[in-house]
Design a protein around this ligand. Structure first.
Ligand SMILES: NC(=O)c1ccc[n+]([C@@H]2O[C@H](COP(=O)([O-])OP(=O)(O)OC[C@H]3O[C@@H](n4cnc5c(N)ncnc54)[C@H](O)[C@@H]3O)[C@@H](O)[C@H]2O)c1
Ligand SMILES: [Fe+2]
Length: 389
């Protein structure tokens, strides 16, 4: 029997190709009238004209918009604090809107919460440390993705500790999410691969998490089914709206699964690669995935087999071991087809870095505790070493 668990997510999800057009009317879903919006976005949305269209649509409703462009990719805690202090706080928005990848969605969550909570972000590292709800928040993901739009998490980089750390609080959940797959049509191939694999990993790690439960299992399975069937198509044929739709929905389901169950060792080992070597989140995760799953394999054969069967990877009559191996083989194929790097040397990592990397990963106890098999320092070093072939 499952121990008791608690699941909470966002209030409104608007989904459909072109649904971003509905943004001005969806503001009416918020409890109070909105007059000043801080709009946090990324260069890709300015290049493709989406940002300008959104600003014009809001301004036509007499809403003042401050466009914020200075959130860095995978932002440091100082970057989020500085942008808040120099731009967001002086503008005094009554809502925060973000359209972009996980980097800006996470920052937007922190900005909205910071408007009503005065303490510095460092006080919030960890779980349930934010005192009160923030101002209204609307999130529109353009990668598929982090699932950040539906999670209570925001991840910041701590350069002095060479780590990325999560801030987890129900006060980081947005009020409105808009899922419009047309926004993801222009995602370049390497980002499609890395963020798509990140989404799959959210689902797979939730499915094998020690905290897995009926709600997380349901979202995880559907996420993996959608992503498994579409990731290579989205990579090869980026203009396929059907593949992009499936990836965006699969990514949201991955976020819902991780909210219910939590990610595990892949994410724990990825954080130091981001913190020490600036390897992007999706790339670090997708590099580690095959090796962590091979390490975990004997503890989760039955669960891996379930996934393989749901994805149609195993043939009728296969036993669990053979089915599990068909999933691992398929992950290996995705890695090759989508040219996911498999050598950390390309990012400046050498043998001498294995010890500090493993020591840093060992600090990510919140996620290591979810892993179906315990890992010690030597296990972690062994996994990183596989990426120095
Ligand atoms: N909060 C959570 O639950 C959660 C979960 C996983 C990851 N994260 C965090 O999210 C961050 C990573 O987010 P990400 O992987 O979405 O990447 P990202 O936001 O860093 O974006 C990656 C790149 O893609 C570009 N881009 C975004 N959308 C585009 C589009 N539609 N077309 C063309 N280019 C586009 C961006 O400008 C950027 O250059 C990390 O900091 C990670 O730790 C958070
Ligand atoms: Fe992730």
């Amino acid at each position: 029997m499952n121990p008791a668990y608690h699941f909470q997510t966002v209030r409104h999800i608007v989904h459909g190709a072109g649904s971003l057009e509905q943004l001005p009317e969806k503001l009416a879903l918020l409890e109070r009238p909105i007059r000043r919006v801080a709009f946090i976005t990324q260069p890709a949305m300015e290049r493709n004209g989406v940002a300008a269209r959104v600003v014009a649509a809001l301004e036509s409703k007499d809403i003042q918009v401050l466009t914020v462009r200075d959130v860095e990719p995978e932002p440091t805690i100082e970057n989020v604090e500085t942008v808040f202090g120099e731009q967001i706080a002086p503008f005094a928005p009554d809502a925060v809107l973000s359209i972009g990848g996980g980097s800006v969605l996470d920052a937007a969550k922190l900005f909205a919460a910071r408007m009503t909570n005065r303490e510095p972000l460092r006080d919030w590292l960890g779980v349930d440390r934010i005192g009160s709800p923030g101002i209204p928040l609307i999130l529109v993901p353009t990668t598929a993705g982090t699932g950040s739009e539906v999670t209570p998490n925001a991840i910041v980089t701590l350069p002095d500790e060479a780590l990325k750390v999560g801030i987890v609080s129900r006060h980081l959940l947005p009020q409105v999410v808009i899922l419009d797959a047309t926004l993801t049509l222009g995602l370049p191939q390497p980002i499609t691969a890395a963020t798509g694999m990140d989404a799959f990993i959210h689902a797979l790690e939730s499915y094998i998490s020690t905290k897995a439960n009926p709600i997380s299992d349901m979202y995880a399975m559907e996420s993996m089914r959608l992503i498994g069937a579409n990731i290579v198509d989205a990579y090869r044929n980026g203009s396929s709206l059907a593949a992009r739709e499936a990836m965006l929905l699969g990514s949201m389901y991955g976020g819902l699964a991780l909210t219910a169950a939590g990610t595990a060792a892949v994410h724990a080992l990825a954080y130091p690669l981001g913190g020490m070597f600036n390897i992007t989140h999706g790339v670090a995760n997708s590099m580690l995935l095959p090796h962590v799953m091979r390490f975990n394999r004997d503890a989760i054969v039955g669960r891996l087999a379930n996934v393989a069967r749901a994805l149609g990877l195993s043939v009728h009559g296969d036993d669990d071991a053979a089915a599990a191996d068909s999933l691992l083989a398929s992950i290996g194929t995705w890695t090759e087809v989508m040219a996911i790097p498999q050598d950390l040397r390309a990012f400046g990592v050498s043998e001498a870095d294995l010890q500090p990397l493993a020591e840093a990963a060992l600090k990510v106890k919140r996620l290591l505790g979810n892993n179906p098999k315990p890992l010690d320092l030597e296990d972690i070093k062994g996994i990183y070493k596989r990426l120095l072939p």
